[in-house]
Design a protein around this ligand. Sequence first.
Ligand code: AMP
Ligand code: AMP
Length: 341
Amino acid sequence: MANIKDYKIATLGSHTALQILKGAKDEGFETICICQKGKERPYESYGVADEIILVDDFKDFFKIEQELMDKNAILIPHGSFVAYVGAENMMDIKAMYYGDKGILEWESDRSKEREWLLDAGIKVPRVFDKPEDIDRPVIVKFHGAHGGKGYFLANTPEEFYEHYEEYKGKKGHEEYVLQEYIVGVPVYTHYFYSPLTGELEIMGFDKRYESNADSIGRIAAKDQVDAGIKTTYTITGNVPIVLRESLLPQLFEMGENVVKASKKLVDKGLFGPFCLEGIIDPELNYFIFEVSARIVAGTNPYINGSPYTWLRYNEPMSTGRRLARDIKEAIESDRLDEVLG
Ligand code: AMP
Ligand code: AMP
């Protein structure tokens, strides 16, 4: 039988690396953390990395790729991984990689992502083709993963152009999407789909803790106007939530439909951890504005398991650990090919 001792689990030191490496160790793997020089402290302090490889910049990933291959390392992608290596360079990765790389093309392009979600029967916010069409509150989002930085709200075409002045001509701000602003609570649903068992699990939920969107309510509306404060959505952390139980059946169905639809898009389809990100309105409609086809940082509050993983596992089961277990089961049943993309 193939042995997990012949493999290592590796990831870039940021985002969910602590959780991924801890989970891998709990499953019996040796771990490698690729760190930017000067950013290695947490990975040493928490003792999650058996080995640390230092690079000047994450963009230098390809310079150390051969070293990872020599060590038989399996790479785990996460949000910073995609942000720093670049969605467009992911297909060039030759080292073993957990997940279907092809799906990243669908999650990183907002119009393709929308097509995928619509095909899965998911409710999505209305999108306006051009600023002149704005007839209700919209959220303006620039392309690429900026962690919510620079999003702004507009109610009319005039308001849009007034705000947009600030970004005009700035790199990364050429393209944007105008999405209906949904009034409700943000809920991010963390899923795990194992291609080995064919089963979909709900691992937990979070909401983001965003500056200054999450602090603006601390001052009176009049003061906000007087001080000219504009809402921004810079991600700073994540807050765990538990949902009304009667919503769960619908959420399982949504996750399953997204996986099913992904099989029409790429060879192996979406598998491993993924997340549906959206807003639940007062009528309990769940509008999804984004799908993340990899582990999300909202799983970080659950390194020791979430209320939902506790129901199923009776042992601490983070998303990072669940992922390592999938790899372990794949190795031990000679099905590793099925989880590598
Ligand atoms: P960082 O490694 O913290 O610079 O993050 C790189 C990218 O990953 C950011 O641009 C975000 O899009 C995403 N990211 C990092 N941390 C979080 C988080 N806690 N929640 C959601 N997204 C995150
Ligand atoms: P994103 O970077 O796409 O995950 O969005 C960042 C934040 O913007 C979310 O956590 C929400 O607070 C907010 N947001 C994004 N899209 C919408 C929307 N269509 N309606 C209301 N709020 C939104």
